[in-house]
Ligand binder design. Structure first.
Ligand SMILES: [Zn+2]
Length: 329
């Protein structure tokens, strides 16, 4: 029996892209899960990991990944690396805001640096939601931010701006969270969504072996601008502006500013040609596999010390490959 898609709500089924074993340490934690499969929904084209891992095990896995031992200095140093990124994100956001926000809520605020910079830009009060105890402590002591741990439907008050950065891709049910956040946006307010961009992944990320490393990042969904727009529209929101941007790490991102739609104005979500999505993913994967074979072979042949000398040669080969893949597209 086909499962209902958590993004579009249909049961038209999924197209399987890859099945891959998870690493031994992950298998020990998520037992009896041994394999994960990357699937595309036939109706909306969203890419996701199936089956969704057990929620309690997922929560304890996040606890395990938490870095309680980081000193304030270490956090400050790591947050400094995102300075330019935060500035660019805020400038993008400002361009699309209907009004200067007076109240801001950062859902999943981490150490609170972005929330702090947003509040300084508009002299607004900032509020944060975060699960990591270390992050809550840092944000409240270092930035004097009001940060609590809460479920999306427990967020108190309404906000002119809600930020949901690097959150949705981690959630088993991103739609219900987005609906809850929508209800906390004030009448002329906006929501900023940031997720990794499906199309920005290095070629080869979707080849079987690397699914393990994807799963380590606990990203359960991979959105393109079209599938994210679908999700947004299903949540009773409308896109005001978007950009395919560089992320703060090497991963490219989608930045999307949205606003509330009154239920009378809601229309049918944008449709997707799933066949195109699948074809493009398979094409990327094929060239990705070739690429990763070349990378491994180069390393084996030359050894680590000589790899840097071979880098230029490899770059040329890869460029040739990617040129020919574009020609075929
Ligand atoms: Zn779907």
């Amino acid at each position: 029996m086909e499962l209902i898609c958590k993004i579009c709500g249909t049961s038209e089924g999924h197209i399987e892209l890859f099945k891959a074993p998870i690493s031994r340490s992950l298998a020990a934690h998520f037992s009896p899960l041994r394999h994960i499969t990357l699937k595309v929904c036939r109706h909306c084209g969203v890419v996701g990991i199936h089956p969704t891992p057990d929620l309690e095990k997922l929560a304890s896995y996040y606890k395990m990944l938490e870095r309680d031992d980081l000193s304030d200095e270490e956090i400050v140093a790591s947050e400094r690396r995102r300075k330019d990124y935060n500035l660019e994100l805020i400038n993008f956001l400002e361009h699309y805001l209907a009004q200067s926000p007076t109240s801001i809520c950062d859902y999943g605020c981490g150490y609170g640096t972005l929330a702090n910079e947003l509040s300084k830009r508009w002299s607004a009060t900032a509020f944060g939601i975060e699960y990591s105890e270390r992050a809550i402590l840092f944000a409240s002591q270092h930035y004097q931010l009001n940060v609590v741990s809460a479920e999306p439907n427990e967020i108190p008050g309404n906000y002119d701006l809600i930020v949901c950065r690097a959150v949705l891709e981690h959630l088993p049910d991103p739609l219900s969270t987005l609906i809850a956040l929508r209800d906390r946006v004030s009448e002329f307010g906006n929501l900023l969504i940031v997720v990794p961009n499906l199309w920005s992944f290095n070629l080869g990320l979707f080849s079987g072996e690397r699914l393990q490393s994807i799963f380590k990042l606990v990203h359960l969904w991979y959105f393109s601008s079209v599938t994210l727009q679908q999700l947004v529209e299903r949540a009773g929101l409308r896109v005001v502006g978007q950009r395919e941007a560089d992320g703060w790490s090497r991963q490219g991102e989608l930045w999307m500013v949205v606003e509330r739609v009154e239920s009378s104005e809601m229309n049918h979500p944008t449709s997707v040609d799933t066949r195109l999505v699948v074809r493009e993913l398979r094409r990327k994967t094929f060239y990705g596999r070739v690429r990763s074979i070349i990378e491994t072979r180069t390393k084996n042949l030359l050894g680590d010390r000589l790899v840097s000398k071979a880098r230029n040669v490899r770059k040329r080969v890869l460029r040739l490959l990617s040129d020919s893949s574009h020609e075929q597209a």
